[in-house]
Design a binder for this molecule. Structure first.
Ligand code: ADP
Ligand code: MG
Length: 238
């Protein structure tokens, strides 16, 4: 079953056409990576998938429902951004439970969710700390924890590792991949990093100037790039 269907999506900001007709279909449980150079429209597309931004034309369906027909609070989507934006005065636990408090989730269910997620992400020893007492990687995990307690079927990441140093980035790639296997959610992951795309994706959409240049599995992208842009950008010989 397709978990996400994007059809004919176009978007302009003023005179600039940022998305020029995007069609993508993502299977349930897939790890789709949107990769392309800065400014090619990745974040705009992700925001449209999340329903945070309306498409100029076209549709986004998640599990056969049109995204914009669903109230934001009822959307089964969680998003992790590049800047983690944790609340600095709250503890890790409060950061994780804040969204559930806003939705009036009963206290016991909140505690269970915190326990499950903090064990999964190995932050169960850090629940009483403030964000300023955490390392970059730990903060990143808390941000993921905050998204995970929603138990989303669709998980959106926008360059979540680009503020981390190289070594930690490699570790976190593995962690996110393992997380994907364990929770079985569908993931759409934005990056400008080719290696990240090749190592994490089940399928890759290579974007350039508001268009998808190729949509295929990593091996096909590497061995049979669709055009010169894909060949050069993904680092395969032309
Ligand atoms: P990426 O995430 O691939 O770097 P973006 O989707 O952020 O690209 O941006 C694509 C293009 O759209 C860029 O040229 C950017 O300047 C422009 N853009 C993005 N958001 C806005 C906005 N809210 N208003 C005007 N232009 C925007
Ligand atoms: Mg971006």
């Amino acid at each position: 079953m397709s978990a996400l269907r994007i059809a004919g999506v176009r978007k302009r900001f003023g005179a600039q056409e940022v998305l020029k007709g995007i069609d993508l279909e993502v299977d349930s449980g897939e790890f789709l990576v949107l990769v392309g150079p800065s400014g090619c429209g990745k974040s705009t597309l992700l925001n449209i998938i999340a329903g945070l931004e309306a498409p100029g034309e076209g549709t986004v369906e998640i599990g056969s429902r049109l995204v914009n027909d669903v109230e934001p609070k009822d959307r089964d989507i969680a998003m992790v951004f590049q800047s983690y934006a944790l609340y600095p005065t709250m503890t890790v636990r409060q950061n994780i439970t804040f969204g559930m408090e806003c939705r009036n989730v009963p206290k016991r269910a909140q505690d269970e969710a915190v326990e499950r997620v903090s064990r999964l992400l190995q932050i169960d020893q850090l629940l009483h700390r403030k964000p300023s007492q955490l390392s970059g990687g730990q903060r990143q995990r808390v941000a993921m924890g905050r998204a995970l307690v929603r138990d989303p079927t669709l998980f959106l990441f926008d360059e979540p590792l680009s503020n981390l140093d190289a070594k930690l980035r490699v570790e976190m790639r593995l962690e996110i991949k393992q997380l994907h296997r364990r929770i079985g959610a569908t993931i759409v992951y934005v990056t400008h990093d080719q290696i990240e795309a090749m190592t994490m994706a089940t399928r890759i959409a290579v974007m350039h100037q508001g268009e998808v240049q190729q949509f295929a599995d990593p091996e096909t992208i590497y061995n049979r790039p669709a055009n010169l842009f894909v060949a050069r950008f993904m680092g395969a010989p032309p």
